[in-house]
Design a protein around this ligand. Structure first.
Ligand SMILES: Cc1cc2nc3c(=O)[nH]c(=O)nc-3n(C[C@H](O)[C@H](O)[C@H](O)COP(=O)(O)O)c2cc1C
Length: 400
């Protein structure tokens, strides 16, 4: 089988060097990558680097190898075009259909999915011109990844940083796997919760659970690759921030409730994949609870935590908002799942059987997605991202 053909456009931002890492990940995972830098990009990383790392010729202009008509052919033959970093200038040119170098010509001739990973100073990103260009590109079907917040060129920090190349690669992989030009969650805001809450007993101890957050992160990555604006409310996870996703870290169930309610106010869908503790200690000891000679410890008194899934399902922030819950069951999985779906009042419930091969922290999952409409969608044992794709398929059906 031919290798999937990827065009890696590189425009002239300081983050151009990070595209070398993206290029390496793409080539090592079996893609044929043609790097098309702009003339400005070559001020940051030279043509020799792009050519040696990709194994393909590199040109910035339409006037090289004219007999091959590269200004048309490169775009026509591509399975994916990813521009990383995308400068403010490149976003403007792409939005307005300019074609004054090889990359801008390629963007006009490509019929495949296109991903832009913008990187620039916060002022440039927030400028209405840039924001309107981004909106235009998204409306036309491109996936424009929100920049990360962090250190920028020089001493500045803020929004505008290129997301981690490993995470841009994850978006590219998923966009390529879906192979559709129109991202079906474009223009949607989705909220995902992930991880496991921790309920502190004292400054050093907590009641927690073994949720790793991997399923929630797979849901967030997948939604971003399908064009959604994603807020990920993450409880005690130790995973890299997915590209283009706004991550809100929380610790306890009460903090998670607050963050989810806030984000859900304008959300089209909320997927509660986090393991939220049902109970918390009734009291928090400000100092470490000490052993006392000859005495048994005081019994632990617990109180109920808020039921976030039931609350947001009963009191939807927006008409038509789709709400998805997760349930881990050990026996009578479907009957218990159906009862929980009815009790919580959500639209979909992803029921996992917890047991052998289906443990917390693994890369795989197997589940049945129950619908309030009586539907039942089994998802066979496989990567968590496959389950995530099925969840978004079902959510997208209900949103439309
Ligand atoms: C040191 C330096 C760093 C720059 N970094 C960025 C950047 O991160 N993002 C951006 O949009 N422009 C950046 N620019 C400005 C662009 O290089 C400039 O707009 C150029 O015209 C972009 O050309 P291109 O879009 O064809 O690559 C930078 C310029 C310099 C000199």
């Amino acid at each position: 089988m031919d290798k999937p053909k990827v065009v890696l456009g590189v425009s002239g931002g300081i983050a151009a060097y990070k595209a070398c890492e993206l290029l390496r990940r793409l080539t090592e995972s079996g893609h044929d990558v043609r790097v098309v830098p702009t003339a400005s990009a070559l001020h940051f990383v030279g043509a020799a680097t792009w050519s040696a790392l990709s194994g393909n010729p590199v040109s910035t202009e339409v006037w090289d190898a004219v007999h091959e008509v590269p200004h048309v052919r490169i775009g026509q033959h591509a399975d994916l075009v990813v521009v990383a970093p995308a400068t403010a200038d490149m976003l403007a040119k792409a939005a307005h259909g300019l074609a004054d170098d090889l990359l801008t010509n390629t963007l006009l001739t490509a019929r495949c999915p296109v991903v832009f990973a913008p990187a620039m100073h916060t002022e440039m990103w927030e400028h209405p011109a840039t924001q309107e260009n981004v909106a235009t590109l998204r409306r036309r079907g491109a996936v424009v990844i929100e920049p990360a917040v962090g250190r920028l060129t020089g001493v500045d920090t803020g929004k505008g940083r290129l997301p981690d190349p490993a995470e841009i690669f994850e978006i590219c992989r998923r966009v390529l796997a879906r192979g559709v030009r129109e991202p079906d969650l474009a223009g949607r805001h989705v909220v995902v919760s992930a991880g496991g809450t921790r309920e502190p007993l004292d400054p050093v101890r907590f009641l927690g659970n073994r949720s790793s957050g991997k399923q929630g992160y797979a849901l967030a990555r997948t939604a971003a690759a399908r064009g959604a604006r994603v807020t990920l409310v993450a409880a005690n996870t130790h995973l890299p921030d997915p590209a283009g996703v706004d991550v809100v870290p929380v610790g306890t169930a009460v903090q998670m409730r607050e963050a989810v309610l806030k984000a859900a106010a304008d959300a089209d869908a909320v997927v509660m994949a986090a393991a939220v503790a049902d109970f918390r200690p009734s009291e928090y000891a400000a100092g470490k609870i000490k052993k006392k000679d000859g005495q048994e410890p005081e019994p632990l008194v617990l109180v109920r935590n808020p039921d976030i899934l039931a609350e947001i399902s009963a009191d939807r922030a927006r008409a038509g908002q789709v709400i998805v819950g997760f349930a881990a069951e050990t026996d009578d999985v479907l009957a218990n799942g159906r009862a929980k779906l009815a009790r919580k009042g959500c639209d979909l419930l992803v029921v996992n059987e917890v047991g052998e091969r289906k443990t917390f922290g693994s890369e795989e999952n197997e589940a049945v997605v129950l619908g309030a409409d009586g539907s039942e969608t089994p998802v066979p044992y496989g990567p968590k991202e496959a389950l995530a794709e099925t969840v978004w398929d079902l959510v997208a059906d209900r949103m439309s």
